[in-house]
Design a protein around this ligand. Structure first.
Ligand SMILES: C[S@@+](CC[C@H](N)C(=O)[O-])C[C@H]1O[C@@H](n2cnc3c(N)ncnc32)[C@H](O)[C@@H]1O
Length: 321
């Protein structure tokens, strides 16, 4: 059976007994959310800034998109100061069933709320929105088809006109054999979030690439049990591809965002006060416990800031005022 990558991935991840409907993401890979509570503290700082800008309204939304186990929403809610917590409406959005043990105050839903006033954040969501893959041939782009049982590929038809237009605008391929992931479904998914943002900020954090620097052979990858595996869309592993966040930003603007800022996680978290600086060594003598705590904190911050790791992720920040 030959399927387009988008259809095959949709079935493998979210179809009957799909990977994400059965598995806990944290069993298979480490995200900024799972790395430490420091990420949730930084997101709380974003939320406090949004709350201030909105004039501390009677209700503030925190929407965790592609929430996985709901850890980010739960941690931010738990860390929020009492005044904010009393007004906070935390929602975790995921296609998976509600995780057992998630605090009752977190609403669990397969779709975002209709109207969001506050902060919506998507950490490593868009890379799991399935995409088609195209390959350049001497006669132009063709869709890549895959056998979901084996991962074997062959070329199919020309992509649809809208997908060809997307490739032309966002990921033009030059030489025969080059491959591109058609990001239009991510643009649409992000635009649907921004369209629901009545007032506030929406942030997407992901593996990203930008126009002019796309990887010539694409980024399709598989993960299972903490290791990279061949991307076979048979439901046994995660299937992911990096995100054209610049294309998502343009879609967000068309959906009503009034601003768009693209940066790296390193820069975004440094602006929120993270430094990764180790405590001075002589503190170990005067305050050994405090020194150890500060050392752990510094290494957690350093992991989130690492330019070769999580710090190299893209942050797309869009607002609607
Ligand atoms: C890589 S996990 C990220 C989990 C968590 N945000 C984190 O950073 O640890 C991606 C999650 O996105 C969810 N997801 C993918 N497409 C979705 C959609 N259209 N609506 C809601 N959730 C979705 C998947 O089920 C999965 O739990």
């Amino acid at each position: 059976m030959w399927l387009s990558w988008r259809v095959a991935t949709e079935r493998a991840l979210y179809g009957e007994n799909g990977f994400y409907l059965r598995e806990s993401p944290s069993r298979h890979f480490r995200t900024s959310v799972g790395a430490s509570a420091v990420f949730a503290e930084a997101v709380l700082r974003e939320l406090l800034a949004v709350d201030d800008a909105l004039g501390r309204p009677p209700e503030v939304d925190l929407v965790d998109l592609g929430a996985g186990e709901g850890t980010l929403a739960a941690r931010v809610a738990a860390l929020a100061p009492a005044d904010l917590r009393a007004r906070l409406r935390p929602t975790a959005v995921d296609l998976a069933p509600r995780p057992p043990g998630l605090p009752g105050e977190i609403v669990w839903s397969p779709v975002p709320p209709d109207r969001i006033r506050g902060l919506a954040i998507a950490n490593e969501w868009l890379d799991n929105v399935p995409v088609d893959v195209a390959e350049q041939t001497p006669d132009g782009p063709r869709l890549v088809l895959v056998d979901p049982a084996t991962g074997e590929e062959r070329l199919g038809d020309r992509p649809a006109a809208a997908d060809l237009a997307w490739l032309d605008r966002w990921w033009p391929m030059r030489a025969a054999g080059e491959r591109a992931e058609i990001g239009a479904p991510r643009d649409d998914a992000w635009a649907r979030v921004v369209a629901r943002l009545a007032q506030g900020r929406a942030i997407a954090v992901d593996y990203a690439h930008a126009s002019g620097g796309r990887p010539p052979y694409g980024t399709l990858a598989g993960y299972r049990d903490g290791a990279a595996v061949p991307p076979v869309p048979d439901g046994s592993c995660d299937i992911t591809a990096h995100v054209a966040l610049d294309a998502c930003a343009a879609a967000g603007e068309r959906a009503g965002a009034t601003t768009a800022a693209l940066t790296t996680q390193r820069e975004a978290l440094r602006a929120l006060g993270l430094t990764g600086t180790r405590p001075p060594a002589d503190r170990a003598r005067t305050d050994p416990h405090g020194y150890l705590r500060a050392l752990v904190r510094a290494s957690e911050e350093a992991e989130l800031l690492d330019p070769g790791g999580l710090g190299g992720f893209g942050w797309l920040v869009q607002e609607r005022r």
